[in-house]
Design a protein around this ligand. Structure first.
Ligand code: C2E
Ligand code: MG
Ligand code: MG
Ligand code: MG
Length: 291
């Protein structure tokens, strides 16, 4: 009670604090407008099997086409809505968009699964699977297996029972899961055993320096070893060079995503990229050399 009073007092007499709250409020209002005015869009980054060269899926990444500030990356606006209910609104918007895109591409003969990032707040809401079911029902032509949800290890960590329950329900709808940024959370091993995930994504921070930093190399090696022991497919994020690609394949990780393969692109650019990709000489010879 005394603590509560103290906080109120602080609040009352600190004009800076009020100002900050005001700014946050305005930023959130602006974000709500962006959601309703169609200023948000999804970029797509290909995920490939380096051994065969086959494109195995796409990750949907949110962008804000801001009328004054230009194209904004998630790091520039996701903090505004962090741990607020707006994360749920955004998450549902992203899932709906991804399903709509799957439906459109299906008509054009492009059949690639889409991975969607789900925030910890969103994953843990009680009617998560029910809402997902409703969204899937709007696109009856899209097989639910074409949608994969990327969740952070730390999200599950926060409330493991709720996470496991929601994930199991989504799985029964036919949707699968990936662990994102694997290796950055705590007690990775425990989670790997418990969580119903069909893909492990090793965090790009370890991949980036693996060729020069022995500790990062050790982490990458261990994660690949573990994933193989648990018989879970694994994908390396942040594959920027052929040398990274070769090292990862030698360690037993064939799936990759990164600027070396393709940067995230607007949906309209994908069909052209899909035509160009098989002709990317150096990546083709990489697969051949290793076989
Ligand atoms: P993430 O899910 O781990 O996504 C991978 C990020 O790494 C993306 O950044 C991608 O553009 C970037 N990336 C891919 N390949 C490379 C590479 O070779 N080198 C480097 N340096 N970076 C690479 P982006 O699009 O800025 O997204 C950042 C984070 O924002 C994502 O990390 C994800 O946590 C979050 N995010 C993105 N879209 C959504 C969304 O729709 N919903 C939610 N809740 N979070 C999202
Ligand atoms: Mg992701
Ligand atoms: Mg990641
Ligand atoms: Mg990340």
């Amino acid at each position: 009670r005394a603590k509560q009073r103290g906080r109120d007092t602080f609040h009352l007499f600190d004009p800076n604090h009020d100002r900050l709250l005001q700014v946050r409020h305005e930023q959130r209002q602006r974000f709500i407008d962006a959601l309703t005015n169609n200023e948000l869009c999804l970029y797509y980054q290909p995920q490939v099997d380096m051994r065969s060269g086959k494109v195995v899926g796409l990750e949907a990444l949110i962008r804000w086409q801001h009328p004054e500030e230009g194209l904004l990356a998630p790091v520039q606006f996701l903090p505004i809505i962090d741990t607020t209910p707006l994360e749920v609104d955004l998450g549902e918007w992203v899932i709906e968009r991804a399903l709509r895109q799957l439906s459109e591409w299906q008509v054009q003969g492009i059949a690639l699964p889409i991975n969607v990032n789900i925030s910890p707040t969103h994953l843990l809401v009680s009617d998560f699977s029910q809402r997902l079911g409703e969204l899937l029902a709007r696109y009856p032509d899209v097989p639910p297996a074409m949608l994969k949800l990327e969740v952070l290890e730390s999200a599950a960590m926060h409330d493991i029972q709720a996470a496991l329950q929601n994930m199991a329900r989504c799985q029964s709808l036919g949707v699968s899961f990936a662990i994102d940024d694997f290796g950055t959370g705590f007690s990775s091993l425990t989670h790997l055993r418990q969580l119903p995930v069909s893909l492990i994504k090793i965090d790009q921070s370890f991949v980036r320096d693996m060729l020069t930093d022995q500790d990062d190399m050790a982490i990458v090696e261990s994660v690949i070893y573990m994933a193989n022991r648990f018989k879970r497919p694994m994908l390396a994020e942040g594959v920027e060079t052929l040398d990274h690609a070769k090292a990862l394949m030698a360690l037993g990780c064939d799936l990759a995503q990164g600027y070396g393969i393709a940067r995230p692109m607007p949906a309209e650019a994908l069909p052209t990229w899909l035509e160009i990709w098989p002709g990317r000489e150096e990546w083709g010879s990489l697969a051949l050399a290793d076989n």
